[in-house]
Design a protein around this ligand. Structure first.
Ligand SMILES: [Ca+2]
Length: 205
């Protein structure tokens, strides 16, 4: 094999590698995004107590993907933040536009109860370096899909999304919401250096 053939094969291998990266980064990076495992696999809950918690309910499903389950975030405790959250794996995200989408359906918002969503861009060992800002207050009476985007800064390695049901310091304050079909993904990565046809042909001369 000549040097030119070796270079050509290495170039092709590089193109295959770029294609693989593209496919991976365009996918939803959330685990169990529609709660179709029937439980909270992949998710964390904080603020659960005797009058607050998150349960997976069925049959009831958000509109943006097929399924039969949703997560019901139910906070009936006074002056409490109940949060359902997930952090994606290190290396699952990078700098650039992050597209977000989720389905919500109000349970109850009473006496100062509110519901917010926040998405953070994070770096390994360095904490939060960017994000969506505070999204909401949400109170859709029927299943509704919300979507948008933000630009993750340099050094972004993974993402965290938080669904926050917060109550006021008022007797009877309630915040409850159904959550489903959580999607976080990024555009396909574009190779910064693509070999032109002229370069490819020159390898075979
Ligand atoms: Ca579902």
């Amino acid at each position: 094999m000549t040097i030119k053939q070796l270079i050509a094969r290495a170039t092709c291998a590089g193109l295959l590698l770029a294609a693989t990266v593209t496919a991976a980064s365009a996918a939803n990076v959330i685990t169990n995004p529609g709660f179709e495992t029937g439980d909270l696999t992949g998710w964390l809950v904080s603020g659960a107590g005797s009058s607050s918690g998150v349960t997976v309910q069925s049959p009831d499903n958000g509109p943006s993907a097929p399924g039969t389950h949703n997560a019901f975030v139910d906070n009936q405790a006074q002056a409490l933040g109940l949060t359902l959250k997930q952090s994606t794996l290190p290396g699952s995200a990078g700098p650039g536009t992050v597209f977000w989408s989720f389905d919500l359906k109000l349970g109850q918002a009473a006496a100062g109860g509110v519901f917010f969503v926040e998405i953070f861009a994070e770096q390994v060992g360095g904490g939060v370096i960017g994000g969506s800002g505070l999204l909401g207050n949400y109170s859709p009476t029927g299943w509704t899909t919300f979507s948008g985007s933000f630009v993750a800064p340099a050094n972004t390695s993974f993402l965290t999304i938080q669904f926050e049901a917060n109550t006021a310091a008022i007797v009877g304050s309630i915040s409850s919401m159904h959550v489903d079909n959580v999607d976080l993904h990024q555009d396909p990565l574009v190779p910064t250096q693509s070999p032109s046809w002229a370069v490819m042909k020159a390898l075979y001369r």
